[in-house]
Design a protein around this ligand. Structure first.
Ligand SMILES: [Zn+2]
Length: 296
């Protein structure tokens, strides 16, 4: 019997011990430390968590998040996080070093788990955030995680999520209705970042390079694109904010095309930050430019 009681007591100690370390001590003014891998996840966590969380972004603004490698001191700091949100499907090559090693997988949200992935050349395309309805699904997971850590602020997390998902739904509706009557169905883009946007709004993306910015197009690809531009009477080619525009400019000159920006929102530039741009305002600009190329 004594032995039995000892076992029961130790089980109780283990259970209460665990829940204590997981729940945040709100009375001490402590806020959950949330780490995100790059800007689109930062946007979601910030909108939902607001002042109730302490939020840090691993990838600094203005750098190419495809190729960013966090420093050793950054990795050490991520170890302290109560939540770690990343894109997954291979976008952050450095995440594998952390998982199950420096951070417990229980605290992580892999955004790619919440959406239907599009395969490209036998591997998942990681640009999932460019479909606003995917952002709602990922946001839902983030909201649930925040509530599980910090029940005191449950209502606020729910309200913030509700507001955010309304904004994203509105954005999604605008893309659908404003691109409905169009003259063209395809767009020429610098890298193949827009499959999720293209699938959602039934646009065909013709990329000059592959999924990553680094791939150089072959002379054959450039010739094919110039031919297609002439066949389909395209007037525009899309540039990106964080990628080198050199190849696109060569094609634009050869095929007599005007350039427009289509922002893959892989990070904010310094200027976008200064102008208080966010995911929604940049997507609205993307829509305006898509309308120029497809509708007008
Ligand atoms: Zn990309």
């Amino acid at each position: 019997m004594k032995k039995f009681i000892v076992i029961i007591i130790s089980i109780i100690l283990i259970i209460t011990g665990c829940s204590k370390s997981e729940q945040i001590n709100i009375n001490n003014g402590e806020r959950p430390l949330v780490y995100v891998s790059f800007y689109p996840m930062y946007f979601l966590a910030d909108e939902i968590g607001g002042d109730n969380i302490e939020l840090r972004n691993v990838t600094p603004n203005g750098v190419d998040s495809h190729h960013y490698e966090p420093s050793m001191s950054q990795l050490k700091d991520i170890e302290k996080a109560q939540v770690f949100i990343y894109n997954g499907s291979g976008f952050e090559s450095w995440v594998n070093k952390l998982l199950g090693n420096m951070i417990n997988e229980d605290i992580t949200i892999n955004a790619s788990d919440s959406v239907d992935l599009i395969m490209q050349d036998g591997r998942p395309d990681s640009h999932i955030w460019l479909n606003p309805s995917n952002m709602i699904k990922i946001g839902e997971k983030i909201k649930e995680k925040f509530i599980s850590l910090d029940r005191e602020n449950k209502e606020e997390y729910e309200e913030n999520f509700e507001e955010l998902s309304n904004k994203l739904k509105e954005l999604d509706d605008r893309f659908i209705t404003e691109l409905e009557e169009r003259k063209h169905n395809s767009i020429i883009v610098s890298h193949a970042a827009f499959a999720y946007m293209a699938q959602r709004y039934e646009i065909e993306q013709i990329p000059v390079t592959g999924i990553s910015h680094e791939q150089e197009p072959t002379p054959g690809t450039i010739a094919d694109i110039i031919e297609l531009v002439e066949d389909e009477n395209h007037k525009y080619i899309f540039l990106e904010t964080l990628a080198s525009p050199k190849t696109v400019e060569v094609i634009a000159k050869e095929a007599n095309l005007k350039t427009l920006t289509l922002n893959p929102i892989e990070g904010l530039t310094k200027k976008e930050q200064e102008n208080n741009e966010d995911y929604i305002s940049i997507m609205e600009k993307n829509l305006e430019n898509l309308k120029k190329a497809l509708v007008e």
